[in-house]
Write a new protein. Structure first.
Length: 204
């Protein structure tokens, strides 16, 4: 895959920092920190942008600042500005239907109920772009209770007990970005989709 643009979805501002809905931002922040690069506000792109590498190896990291439901506007503007195709894009999102500690990489598909992906599909005019879903688990099994607790769950912070699993997930996703670039979607997906991070039980 000729991956040129990596987009992490989330909501801007300190109010939402560290929430489950912002796990896409967390991946990009870790990648940038490990590479020693900083994000810069890019008004024309409606987002924060950082760049890893140079020349043909360059990878742009985008965190839309439009709020989740309008993420597609920032993605569309960035693809247009750099003259990139949707086939050169990977979107990283949270997924409530996926257990916490699991990952799912796909080359395309529907929004699956995710408002950020829905906006991306609307503005790109296609479902044919890669996405990596990061499981955040559901707040309840009962459908009615789940609906009632959804907003509080996705906009809630990870608990101290969840932090080790989150750290393992972020580490794996950062590795996965390299695998996608070197091995392609299918082979990278075989590794990422088999990943399982579980909490270490507390000592008695």
């Amino acid at each position: 895959m000729d991956l040129q643009l990596l987009v992490g979805l989330g909501n801007p501002g300190s109010r939402y920092a560290g929430t489950r809905h912002n796990v896409g931002f967390m991946v990009l922040e870790r990648l940038a920190a490990e590479a020693g690069v900083a994000f810069r506000q890019q008004p024309r792109l409606q987002g924060l942008l950082a760049e890893l590498g140079v020349g043909a190896a360059r990878l742009r990291l985008l965190m839309p600042q439009t709020f989740m439901n309008e993420s597609g506007r920032s993605i569309r503007a960035t693809l247009d500005w750099y003259r990139l195709e949707s086939s050169q894009l990977l979107v990283i999102v949270d997924d409530m239907d996926l257990p916490f500690g699991r990952l799912r990489l796909r080359a395309g598909g529907s929004a699956g109920g995710h408002n950020g992906l829905r906006s991306a599909i609307q503005h790109l005019g296609t479902q044919d772009f890669a996405r990596l879903r990061i499981g955040i688990g559901a707040p309840a099994l009962d459908p009615a209770e789940r609906r009632e607790r959804t907003v509080g769950h996705v906009l809630g912070s990870f608990t101290p007990a969840e932090k080790p699993v989150l750290d393992a997930v972020l580490t794996e996703v950062c590795r996965g970005v390299d695998w996608i670039r070197s091995l392609g979607i299918e082979r990278a997906g075989n590794r990422l989709n088999a990943f399982r991070a579980t909490a270490v039980p507390p000592r008695p």
